[in-house]
Design a protein around this ligand. Structure first.
Ligand code: ATP
Ligand code: MG
Length: 366
C-alpha cells in the first residue's frame, strides 16, 4: 500500500545511572517497530537530572524543557544517583522530574500492572491469583492532599502542636482526570472503577458525583465505584476483577505501588504522565539503579514498554505499541532473562544482548 510516512518528534531524556543503557535499547526497538508500520521518529536527546546538574547546574535546564515542549512525546529513563545524594533537597536531580511534570502540566499518571504468564511466579501472591492480571491505574497527580491549602503546623488551644493538610478537589480537576481515565478504559476492556472514600469524605462525594456525570459521555464504558479500603483488599484478593482504575493523588500513590507488587518485577513496569494537551512523559517506574549502573546488567524491558506506552497513549500508534509489547513477550517466551528476573532453566543476558534479542523478535514478527 502507498501512504505518506509520518515523523514523530520524540524528546529523549536518558538521565542518570542505567538510563543511557536502557534508552539505547528502547530506541532501537522503537525504530524497528516504527519502520514496519511506516512510522519514523525524530529523536532529540537532552540533559536532565544529575547529568544536567553536572553540565549546567540545573536539574531541568531551560533548553531541555523547550525541547520537551516542542516534541510530540517525552521519553525519560531515570534520574538520580549516589553522586548527588548529598545535595540539599531543593537542588536534587529528582527536582528535574517534578519541574518537568509541572512544566508540561502532566496531571494524569497512568501505571499499568500486567502479570505476564512467564513471570507470574515472581509475584508476591500465588500464581492462581495473579496470572492474567492486567490493570491500569490512573492517578491524579497534581492535586488532592499533597497540594491542598491550608497546610502546615500550628498549636491548638490545649497547647499541643498539630500538623494538618487538606484534601481538596474542584469539579474541573475531577472532570479532566475522569476524561483521561474513560479514554484509557476505551483503549482497554472498557471497564472503569473509580476509587474514593465517599462514605467519610465530602471531597470524595464530589469526586464520585463528577465521575458519574462525565461517565454519561461514555455510554460504552461500564463505570463502578469502590471505597479505597475495599479496593486495597480486592487488589490482593481478586486482582483480575479490575480493568482501569481512576483515583486521587493519595489513594493512587498507595494503590499503584500495591498493584506493582502483584507483578513482582520492578524492571518490567512502565508509566505515563500526561496533560490534556501537548506532550506526555513516558518513563519506567524503577529508578536509576545506581548499584548496577554502567555494568550492562539492567533490564531494559520497562523502558521498552514505556516507549510502547508512548506509542499507544501519546502518539496514537497502537500497532507499533503492540509490536513492541510482542517483542518483550517473545523474548520471555524464549527463556531470555536479565539478572533481576533470573530463575532456573532461563538464559541470562546482559542489557545490550537483551536489546539484540528484542530487536530480532521485533523483526521476525513485524
Ligand atoms: P527511585 O530513584 O525511584 O527512588 P529507588 O531508589 O527506589 O528508585 P531503583 O533505582 O529503582 O530504586 O532500584 C531499586 C533496586 O532495583 C536496585 O537494587 C536496582 O538495581 C534494581 N533495579 C531497578 N531497576 C532495574 C532494572 N531496570 N533492571 C535491573 N534491576 C533494577
Ligand atoms: Mg533511588
Amino acid at each position: 500500500s502507498f501512504r505518506l510516512q509520518a515523523t514523530h518528534k520524540i524528546a529523549v531524556l536518558p538521565g542518570d545511572g542505567i538510563g543511557p543503557e536502557i534508552t539505547k535499547v528502547a530506541l532501537q526497538v522503537l525504530e524497528a517497530a516504527g519502520k514496519s508500520h511506516g512510522e519514523q521518529f525524530e529523536v532529540k536527546e537532552s540533559l536532565v537530572g544529575g547529568a544536567a546538574i553536572d553540565a549546567t547546574g540545573q536539574p531541568l535546564p531551560e533548553e531541555t524543557l523547550a525541547a520537551c515542549r516542542a516534541s510530540d512525546a517525552v521519553l525519560l529513563a531515570a534520574i538520580g544517583g549516589y553522586k548527588w545524594d548529598s545535595l540539599p533537597s531543593a537542588s536534587r536531580p529528582e527536582g528535574g522530574l517534578l519541574a518537568l511534570r509541572t512544566g508540561l502540566n502532566a496531571f494524569a499518571n497512568l501505571r499499568p500492572a500486567v502479570v505476564l504468564p512467564q513471570l507470574a511466579d515472581g509475584s508476591s501472591l500465588k500464581r492462581e491469583i495473579v496470572e492474567g492480571v492486567d490493570i491500569m491505574i490512573v492517578r491524579e497527580l497534581v492535586g488532592g492532599i499533597y497540594f491542598g491549602q491550608p497546610r502546615g503546623f500550628s498549636t491548638n488551644d490545649k497547647g499541643h502542636k498539630t500538623g494538618y493538610n487538606t484534601m481538596v478537589y474542584s469539579e474541573p480537576e475531577v472532570e479532566r482526570i475522569a476524561h483521561v481515565a474513560f479514554d484509557a478504559a476505551r483503549k482497554r476492556r472498557k471497564r472503569l472503577c473509580s476509587v474514593d472514600k465517599s462514605n467519610v469524605l465530602e471531597v470524595s462525594q464530589l469526586w464520585r458525583q463528577t465521575v458519574t456525570r462525565i461517565g454519561k459521555e461514555y455510554p460504552d464504558i461500564e463505570l463502578t465505584h469502590m471505597y479505597v479500603d475495599n479496593a486495597a483488599m480486592q487488589l490482593l484478593r481478586n486482582p483480575k476483577e479490575f480493568d482501569t482504575v481512576v483515583t486521587g493523588n493519595l489513594f493512587g500513590d498507595i494503590l499503584s505501588d500495591e498493584a506493582s507488587m502483584l507483578t513482582g518485577s520492578l524492571g518490567m513496569l512502565p508509566s505515563a504522565s500526561i496533560p490534556s494537551e501537548g506532550p506526555g512523559i513516558f518513563e519506567p517506574v524503577h529508578g536509576s539503579a545506581p548499584d548496577i549502573a554502567g555494568q550492562d546488567l539492567a533490564n531494559p524491558m520497562a523502558m521498552v514498554l514505556s516507549a510502547a506506552m508512548m506509542c499507544r497513549y501519546g502518539l496514537s500508534l497502537p500497532q507499533v505499541a503492540d509490536d513492541m509489547e510482542a517483542a518483550v513477550t517473545s523474548a520471555l517466551d524464549q527463556g531470555f532473562r536479565t539478572g533481576d528476573l533470573m530463575s532456573d532453566g532461563m538464559k541470562q543476558l546482559s542489557c545490550s544482548d537483551m536489546g539484540q534479542v528484542l530487536l530480532k523478535a521485533e523483526q521476525t514478527s513485524g
